[in-house]
Design a protein around this ligand. Structure first.
Ligand code: GLU
Length: 265
């Protein structure tokens, strides 16, 4: 059994982060893929696991809905797109989980929320209550109120790691548009090798490709590595999987697909 399969099997509380590039293809929401991810989350729940979703894609969905403003750089338009797209995103989650008679609950957070003891307490209580009642929390950054570097988390990789620690998750699964961490940039190097397990981030950093940054997502590989560091410090593992691949979590569970496991040992 692969390390990834093992860690998914033994983890009870799992945060699944879904990147913008997984949810959208060039500004169009890929509903089939999103539906497939919901099916996989249901599969995890059927295995007795509790799942919190951290979902990007509000901006991408906004472009998909309006079919304009996609190239506008002004922050107010970006935020307006997120405000529009967040509704679309939640409607899709509501519909797909609804097929299983499962409700979803939306939580929008800012960086400031994580620095305030009272707020973190309330977020925890809300998460625990939703989960106890069988409802799937879907978290995103509250993009329309985050205008500066002070209260903006900026990327959902960090948000998902902070969420995982706050909820005391056993595992964070980041679904991105890459297969995992490679020793070289796989786009330019045919011989690039996937690193399937990282136990010491600092040691591995030297050999890691840190170029990959995608158009809609704000994360990039550096944010994913930092997210791994954040959860590892709290004693939890993180897996990076290619969320564009159908049934990737199930295949990872069965050991037929790989990704990168950031293990804390
Ligand atoms: N919160 C942003 C959105 O939903 C995405 C942030 C990210 O891609 O990390 O569009």
């Amino acid at each position: 059994m692969s390390d990834i399969s093992q860690i998914i099997k033994k983890s009870r509380k799992i945060v699944v982060k879904i990147g913008s590039n997984v949810i959208s293809d060039n500004g169009t929401v890929n509903k089939e893929r999103l539906h497939n991810i919901v099916d996989q989350v249901k599969h995890l729940m059927d295995m007795g696991k509790q799942v919190v979703i951290v979902s990007s894609g509000a901006g991408a969905c906004g472009v998909g809905v309006l079919n304009k403003w996609g190239r506008r750089g002004d922050i107010n338009y970006k935020q307006a797109l997120c405000a529009i797209g967040q509704v679309e995103l939640m409607m899709a989650y509501k519909e797909y989980f609804g097929d299983y008679d499962i409700h979803v609950g939306q939580i929008l957070l800012t960086g400031e929320d994580f620095g305030d003891h009272n707020r973190t307490l309330h977020i925890r209580n809300t998460l625990f209550t939703l989960i106890d009642e069988g409802i799937v929390p879907v978290i995103n950054e509250n993009d329309s109120v985050c205008v500066d570097e002070i209260n903006s988390i900026g990327d959902n990789d960090t948000l998902s790691a902070l969420t995982a620690n706050l909820w005391s998750a056993d595992l964070l699964i980041i679904m991105s548009d890459i297969d995992g961490v490679f020793d070289k940039d796989p786009k330019t190097h045919k011989d690039a090798k996937l690193i399937t397990k990282i136990t010491n981030i600092d040691e591995t950093m030297g050999s890691i490709d840190t170029e990959g940054k995608s158009s809609f997502g704000t994360g990039g590989i550096v944010c994913k590595i930092e997210a791994a560091r954040t959860v590892n410090e709290f004693g939890s593992g993180m897996i990076l999987l290619n969320g564009k691949k159908k049934d990737i979590i199930i295949s990872a569970l069965e050991g037929t697909e790989k990704g990168t496991l950031f293990a804390c040992e």
